[in-house]
Design a protein around this ligand. Sequence first.
Ligand code: URP
Ligand code: ZN
Ligand code: ZN
Length: 517
Amino acid sequence: MGVAAVLVLFLASFAASAEASALHLKGGVVVNADQETLADLLIDNGKVLEVGPPGSLMAPDAEVIDASGKYIMPGGIDTHTHLDSLFMGQNTPDDFFSGQAAALAGGTTCHLDMVMPQKGGDILGGYARYREAAKRSVMDYSFHIVITHWNDQVEEAMGKLVEQGLQSFKFFMAYKGKLQVSDELLAHAFRRCRQLGAIPLVHAENGDAIDKEQQRLIKAGITGPEGHQLSRPPIVEEEATFRAVMFANLANVPLFVVHVMSRGAMEVIAKARTAGQRVIGETLASAIGLNQSLIWSSDFTTASKFVMSPPIRTEEHRLAVRAGLAGGALQLVATDHCGWTSAQKALGRESFLKMPNGVNGIEERMHVAWQQLINSGLASPSRFVEVTSTAAAKVFNLYPQKGVIQAGADADVILLDPNAEHTISASSHHSKGDINIFEGNKIRGKVVMTISQGKVVWDGSSLHVQRGAGRFLPRPAFGDLYKGLDERDAIRSAEMYPYGPVPVKRDLAALHAKQEL
Ligand code: URP
Ligand code: ZN
Ligand code: ZN
């Protein structure tokens, strides 16, 4: 992080927040997932008060913001982050303060973080730790809860968490011997999610197959960062995605597949959706913005930056996933922000097995998505809003509080100047890590203002955030994705049981009597 950025964060953390005044945004193009309109916007008390034709809104006391030539869009929602997290024996450099400040500087105003398991597997205790860590928050957030083992206490804890407004549980199908769950656990857990109205998330890679590939590669002396990627070819992602989709079908539960990085996995999801199954595919800024070429760099530090799971893939996969996101095969783009320092990456110097997996993205996602979807001509600004914000709000039951600009919604709003050019660099980013996988990427289109909870928190060059201002967002179970599932269950049941879901009556006594004769 550059000196200027350090200073801004330092000042921001101690600055008393200015009293929020009403804001009157004039002359911008308001973009929602369903339409673009030239409009003015009034914001007060943390909410969108009114959206109206240019010149139609009256607010003499409001601070006027000239939005002409800019897009006014809902703040981004990142469905997949790891802040203040312990993973592969390392603590992520970004906590809820630095990670969220970085997010705001990049136009993301809300995120869902992964509650990783604690030693001893205490799920509720682990969740409490994250709630405590999130007290440093500067923007709104919620959580997914990672489940790695199964027993009666886990089932009970899931019920309690749903009552507290957590409606999504994450399962790792990889990281053998650490986080990986069995098929048996998935089968149990998907049924439990269905019962609770919760959404299961899967990290879909075949951990057993990867383990074997890792052993083979290490034995062959391939210990560098490229070994990581070679041990996790697209086929292990595709296979696990297919398995998760089939298990979800069996339980008739919606499924959310995190970080889709390859064409095959995307096609599995698209096929299931075409058949009417509720499967949501999340891809990442790293998947649509980068290919794997630099993992082959002869410079270790450069190559190590790109080690993440599933791996960043070839250009062919990048283009396919990007087109799938634009065209609707995939539903949204997140980051899986789990940035590390170069010193932490260097722990994998002797073997890629020891290198912390993960990359940055929370600050870059909106810009990378704009560059890849809009400047490529693949998508409209409305589709950009859909995949960066609205779809996330709908899937995780935050809509219409978040994900839309309309009267009554939270005033999480960004202004994007489509003509402003900038270059991504670790020297100017706000994350704590000293590396940026998008280093040197030139972007046309810049978030020149971020408004969070009705306050200007990013003015295009400085952050004005307040530690503790972020709020936990409870998310009720049985959201939109659950509508109609009971009817589907009833129809399936009628098809499966011609006489109803009861045992078939058979006269066994008569059979016994006959056998005794
Ligand atoms: O490499 C990654 N993706 N690190 C974060 C943990 C995960 O698998 O999501
Ligand atoms: Zn993962
Ligand atoms: Zn992750």
